[in-house]
Design a protein around this ligand. Structure first.
Ligand code: HEC
Ligand code: HEC
Length: 349
């Protein structure tokens, strides 16, 4: 028995009590193993300050589909990045709150886990940072005057929903849901939206019959004569670079893309090289949605892009035959896989 005069009692016990929250925090941060990505994809690199957990994915999934993240409860992330549309909205430009049109096409959320920088111009440095953007964007999800007010309004709304308070407790060990928690949960969910195990991946893995003869020919043109892999390379078909291929540069006041972020002259009209996975599900194409079909995209490259002072040197007329063009398109359709298909939640907290 410890007596009050005992030094053990005097020091150890209070110390142990003081350490209790730390023990709790350690239990919270106990690493859970994320599901293995489908064939053809490497493991996702999870940020140290936002590791994978099942509870966070579940909270993030609900928030992602929940229209209450917008001021008037009409727009969710999924309104512009819908699973049944390859996680895009299949429109040239997006429609946000009050029917307002934005200036750019919604990119797919599929395989965003593999890129640090987000948006067509790379202006967000992480998925966490990105997720805060639309909630504060007056043409996407908010009617509030500024970003801080928009975030406060959404967080206030969520804190009033007991189901979200409980899920927040499970995911983050606190019922004090904040904007950071919202962003972390949504980003965690997004990092599980993957596309692999496509016919191309199975072919690469040794299954000679996984692609049609036309797709195999198209693959050879893609990596050979057309050199599409100068930019669309690696398992996610992008080197993460920002390149001017001329899109929109024939307009009177073109979107200058990456230039708005870097202010570097050479970046005028440069946009992110996007992944080509699930490309058959995400028409129309390019940052302004200016091409309706993959055939039009291939024609664009065959012509050598759209001439402008900052056109990337690697774009040259390709002189592809009609058959080579068809084969490239067939190959692009071999990049449709699995790991991302889902139905929206049936009920919300
Ligand atoms: C009104 C339509 C709309 C809504 C709502 C919307 N987005 Fe987007 N999203 C876009 C558009 C358009 C872009 C591209 C903007 C740009 O690059 O400047 C984009 C870009 C992104 C990107 C970057 C993708 C890439 O390839 O770089 C991610 C990730 C994303 N959105 C996730 C979300 C999440 C999460 C939400 C909800 C919090 C959300 N979006 C809400 C339209 C929308
Ligand atoms: C010099 C780099 C480069 C080369 C080479 C290149 N691309 Fe691209 N690709 C890009 C960039 C950058 C974009 C986005 C441009 C924009 O929206 O302004 C893009 C967009 C696309 C898109 C539309 C993606 C979407 O989500 O809207 C497709 C499809 C595509 N490329 C296929 C190809 C094919 C096929 C080839 C070979 C014939 C090729 N690319 C060669 C850089 C390149």
């Amino acid at each position: 028995m410890l007596k009050s005069g005992n030094p053990l009692h005097r020091y150890l016990l209070p110390t142990a009590v003081a350490l209790l929250p730390l023990v709790g925090a350690l239990a919270q941060s106990k690493k859970e193993t994320p599901p293995r990505p489908p064939l053809g994809l490497p493991p996702v690199i999870w940020p140290n300050d936002n590791p994978y957990s099942k509870a966070k994915v579940e909270l993030g999934r609900l928030l992602y589909f929940d229209k209450r993240l917008s001021s008037d409860n009409t727009v969710a992330c999924a309104s512009c990045h819908a699973p049944d549309k390859g996680f895009t909205d299949q429109a040239p430009v997006s429609t946000g709150i009050g029917g307002q049109k934005g200036g750019r096409s919604a990119p797919t959320v599929v395989n965003r886990a593999y890129s640090l920088f987000q948006f067509w111009d790379g202006r967000a440095a992480s998925l966490e940072e990105q997720a805060k953007g639309p909630i504060a964007n007056p043409i996407e999800m908010t009617n509030e005057k500024d970003g801080a007010a928009a975030h406060a309004a959404v967080v206030g709304k969520l804190r009033g929903i007991p189901g979200y308070v409980r899920l927040s407790q499970e995911a983050f060990g606190t019922s004090e849901l904040t904007m950071d928690h919202v962003a972390k949960a949504i980003a965690t969910f997004e990092r599980t939206v993957l596309s692999g195990n496509s016919p191309f991946d199975r072919y690469q893995n040794g299954n000679q019959r996984a692609m049609t003869p036309s797709q195999v020919s198209g693959m050879k043109v893609f990596f050979g004569k057309a050199a599409c892999d100068a930019c669309h390379l690696g398992f996610n078909f992008t080197d993460g670079s920002y390149v001017n291929i001329g899109i929109g540069m024939d307009r009177p006041e073109p979107d200058l893309g990456r230039h708005n972020v870097t202010r570097v002259v050479e970046d005028r009209g440069a946009f992110k090289t996007p992944t080509l996975r699930e490309i058959e599900h995400t028409a129309p194409y390019m940052h302004d949605g200016s091409f309706k079909t993959l055939e039009e995209v291939v024609e664009h490259y065959d012509k050598g892009g759209i001439k402008n002072p900052h056109l990337d040197q690697r774009l040259k007329p390709l002189r592809l035959t009609a058959e080579e063009k068809q084969d490239i398109v067939a190959f692009l359709r071999a990049l449709s896989g699995e790991g991302w298909k889902m139905t929206p939640p049936r009920a919300f907290p």
